[in-house]
Design a protein. Structure first.
Length: 168
């Protein structure tokens, strides 16, 4: 991802009120991490698994934090149980920031990622998590604002799934 998109993504999160981020780093969107670390308005919690990220994020959300969980799309598979048993069951608003490895628009696609990527959208639909695929920065800040407003209205997780320009 180009630096200007990383800065816009972080600024969009901040403008939308996100103040707590759990994450398991990956390669596509990793440029956001130094920007998040440099901004004292964010509390960052690195984790060992995406399931742990959802659990910690849910706890923070239940105490009033506005939470984003940053993960690779394969992390959705790992976090399914926590998303269903905690976030959906208890109505916890969480913004999932997901790097869409293996999408048709993934600029670094290969056979391993393509297979994993083919399950992302059906999995989100099966989990009844509303999502938007973001391929360019054209409406980035607005898309983030919309997703945060929607997650708070639903009191459920919502996903922004990044590919295209974000996977260069």
């Amino acid at each position: 991802m180009e630096d200007h998109l990383a800065k816009r993504l972080v600024n969009g999160l901040k403008a939308a009120g996100i103040n707590f981020v759990t994450y398991l780093p990956e390669t596509r969107l990793s440029q956001i991490l130094p920007i998040l670390r440099a901004d004292p308005s964010f509390t960052l919690v690195p984790v060992a698994s995406e399931s742990e990220a959802v659990t910690i994020g849910a706890g923070a959300a239940l105490t009033g934090k506005q939470v984003a969980i940053y993960m690779e799309c394969t992390g959705l598979y790992v976090s399914c149980y926590a998303l269903v048993s905690i976030a959906r069951r208890y109505g916890v608003p969480l913004l999932l920031i997901v790097a869409y490895l293996g999408s048709m628009a993934d600029q670094r696609n290969n056979s391993v990622y393509a297979l994993s990527g083919s399950y992302v959208e059906p999995l989100l639909e099966a989990l009844q998590i509303q999502f938007q695929i973001i391929k360019s920065g054209d409406r980035l800040e607005g898309d983030i604002q919309d997703a945060v407003r929607h997650m708070n209205a639903l009191k459920l997780p919502v996903a922004l799934v990044f590919t295209g320009d974000f996977t260069r």
